[in-house]
Design a protein around this ligand. Structure first.
Ligand code: NAD
Length: 458
């Protein structure tokens, strides 16, 4: 991976700011052209991106398409289709007391923005925020994760070829380079990653009063009762958990159910894993790999926290870690303190719904909560008594591919939300523009001194 020279960073930011100030990024046609060029880059280099994602994460081509490449193409198409509407000034009313007057709200670009991406969906999470930044008319720096080096290098080269270099740049590197970037003043910082670094980003942003979007993680629970067909539930949970070898921010982190539900579910989960990946999972190209040795060792250390009922095997040289289900897990154990972010699924026994709700509410607000129940009262209680970035009934994770659904966390799982029009709004300032004629002089007769008794009676 190439690394950007730290001393060049202030100059890079200044160059982008100069372009922004010249108005390079403002014309709608230019924004659309940049989005189309980004689309062409993804389509023309689809195979290269698949290869890079395979090299970084052992991702299958199909998975790379539907969780990253094709998802981005769809997001660009959506932005291209709607951006004309998003940029339209919105007329708003003014109260009678201020009339005659007219007011509108115009979405103006923020300026120069920074996108910092993690390694788990290294392409999608670098470009998805960028789509919003382009549509809204900003200049941007993308900082891909150094922990997915093949994708970072490819992206850096191809973005430089595809996009207008006056307005967009990739900075490659790790902590040092990101720290240098964070010393600069941006007009928005969009960070995706863990909460520890999220706090570092928020601190640095505060120095310049820069607004932030923080897309963080957490332990997203799944709750299952017996009002639903458990075989289907098991299959959906297994799919959500073991996609990208569990390295997904909105993967179900653990499953809660009563002892009898879990007794049935653990058998069905083992069957679901077999249905999805067969019996020689280590040779199945559909199953991914753990990103690096540090993450791998962390995952191995959780295996002692419960009884392995499925999987539990691993091979460090190839970073293969089997889809694993753990039973008899203590709620205080480490696997239940950390965000697992890997293919280990603890089953947590609860006495019933109240116990599940109070367990979830005793912890940080998760990025997502997944409830499998056809009981309307159960659903209502999850809706009304818990807080999470999103709440899904019946299926994990699919909410992130719906552009009208705001995607983001709450509390410890993040600040702000994006996707579709929400991304455009993240990178825009809603500027109200009010105009009032000087004649007739209605202000003098109402709100300016001298305050006569007539005015007092208003
Ligand atoms: P990571 O280690 O790749 O870090 C993310 C980015 O932060 C990288 O670009 C990295 O260079 C930078 N960084 C790391 N340390 C830094 C420091 N000290 N100072 C400044 N910058 C620094 O990725 P990660 O954080 O391990 O990603 C996994 C986490 O991200 C999980 O918690 C996951 O849930 C979360 N996540 C959230 C979403 C979401 O959309 N909400 C999506 C994916 C991942």
């Amino acid at each position: 991976m190439g690394v950007t020279a730290i001393e060049s960073i202030p100059e890079i930011v200044a160059g982008l700011r100069h372009s922004f100030n010249l108005g390079v990024t403002r014309p709608i046609e230019w924004r659309k052209q940049q989005l189309s060029r980004l689309r062409t880059m993804l389509v023309d280099h689809s195979a290269d991106f698949e290869a890079a994602l395979h090299s970084d994460l052992g991702k299958s081509g199909t998975e790379a398409q539907f969780t990253e490449i094709a998802l981005l193409v769809a997001e660009i198409d959506y932005a291209l289709e709607h951006v004309d509407r998003w940029v339209k000034p919105r007329r708003v009313g003014v109260p009678l007391a201020l009339q005659p007057a007219a007011a509108k709200v115009i979405a103006e670009p923020l300026g120069v923005v920074l996108v910092i991406a993690p390694w788990n969906y290294p392409l999608m999470l670098s470009l998805s925020p960028l789509i919003g930044a382009i549509a809204a008319g900003n200049a941007a720096i993308v900082k891909p994760s150094e922990l997915a080096p093949a994708t970072a290098t490819l992206l850096s080269r191809l973005l430089a070829e595809a996009l207008d270099r006056r307005a967009f740049t990739t900075v490659e590197g790790g902590v040092e380079e990101t720290t240098a970037l964070l010393r600069e003043r941006f007009d928005h910082i969009f960070y995706t990653g863990n909460g520890r670094v999220g706090r570092i980003v928020a601190h640095a942003a505060a120095e310049h009063l820069t607004p932030v979007t923080l897309e963080l993680g957490g332990k997203s629970p799944a709750y299952v009762d017996e009002s639903v067909p458990l075989a289907e539930v098991a299959k959906r949970i297994a799919w959500g958990k073991f996609l990208n070898a569990g390295q997904t921010c909105v993967a179900p982190d653990y499953v809660m159910g009563t002892a009898s539900t879990l007794r049935r579910l653990k058998v069905l989960l083992a069957e679901a894993i077999h249905d999805l990946y067969g019996s020689a999972i280590d040779r199945n190209p559909d199953y991914g790999r753990i990103v690096n040795a540090t993450q791998f060792d962390r995952l191995v250390s959780y295996l002692g926290d419960g009884e392995v009922v499925s999987g539990g095997v691993f091979d460090k040289p190839s970073r293969y870690f089997a889809p694993t289900v753990l039973a008899q897990v203590d709620r205080e154990s480490r696997v239940m303190q950390d965000e697992i972010f890997g293919p280990i699924l603890p089953l947590i026994e609860v006495s019933g719904l109240d116990d599940a709700l109070s367990f979830v509410n005793a912890n940080d607000h998760p990025l997502a909560a997944y409830v499998f129940s056809d009981d309307a009262a159960v659903r209502r209680r999850w809706e009304q008594e818990t807080s999470s970035g999103a709440l899904n009934f019946g299926a994990p994770m699919i909410h992130l591919s719906a552009p009208e659904i705001p995607f983001g966390g709450v509390g410890a799982s993040g600040i702000g939300a994006y996707h579709g029009e929400h991304s455009f709004r993240v990178f825009s300032h809603d500027k109200p523009v009010l105009s009032k004629p000087l004649k007739p002089d209605t202000l003098a007769s109402t709100i300016m001194p001298p305050y006569t008794s007539v005015k007092d009676s208003l």
